[in-house]
Design a protein around this ligand. Structure first.
Ligand SMILES: [Zn+2]
Length: 216
């Protein structure tokens, strides 16, 4: 049976978070944190507000920031091992930005990317963002900019893989809906208490190869 794997990017495939790396470079960290901690804002509203902070930065600024973050230990080996086990489609499902996620996907020779698209004009970020959403179509609780469950289901459908034959890996509460829906859902180095409670398959060591213990 053909299989498919969907990986979160920040904190899962890479050892950091793009938004923080970018914010650090341009002295926007406090502003990003304030938005992320604002209780009254839904996830997708936060994504919109954070994208607006980056207005005026260039595609190169984004690519420099993503390149500054190392891949997680054994990232390439994990992808190769999954291919050997029949995962013929492997991709990134991220609430980060397509420019960055595509750069990581190219490096790892992955097959698909779902992420937020920053609008660019004359090579600069305008501050507007096109969010793929998806939760409104399937009634998902997450209400974030990229409903990972919706995009896992969409990729599985697109590539003709039954949902039971999917693997999803992530590290924060934004990954919960995808991890619960996947045939095999693995929490990798959990960063908050909600995700730690969301699945029984947990990797507590910063080595992506450990995920293979759960992926048949
Ligand atoms: Zn969702």
């Amino acid at each position: 049976m053909p299989k498919l794997a969907g990986f979160d990017m920040d904190g899962t495939l890479i050892q950091g978070r793009l938004v923080f790396a970018l914010a650090d470079r341009f002295d926007l960290s406090d502003k990003v944190r304030a938005i992320q901690q604002s209780e009254g804002m839904l996830g997708h509203e936060q994504t919109k507000a954070i994208a607006a902070l980056f207005a005026g930065l260039t595609k190169k600024d984004l690519l420099d920031a993503i390149e500054s973050i190392p891949l997680t230990k054994n990232c390439e080996r994990t992808v190769a091992a999954l291919r050997e086990r029949g995962y013929y489609k492997i991709g990134i499902i991220s609430d980060s930005y397509t420019v960055a996620a595509s750069a990581v996907a190219d490096r790892l020779q992955l097959d698909f990317v779902s992420a937020n698209e920053l609008q660019m004009e004359n090579g600069k970020i305008t501050g507007k963002v096109k969010m793929p959403l998806g939760w409104e179509k399937i009634g998902c609780f997450c209400k974030i900019s990229v409903c990972k469950r919706y995009h896992l289901e969409k990729a599985a459908r697109q590539f003709g893989v039954p949902i039971q034959a999917t693997l999803a890996v992530g590290d924060t509460k934004s990954d919960i809906c995808m991890i619960r829906r996947a045939g095999v859902g693995v929490v990798f180095m959990p960063k908050d208490s909600e995700i730690a409670k969301a699945a029984d398959k947990i990797v507590q060591e910063s080595d992506l190869l450990k995920v293979l213990e759960f992926a048949a």
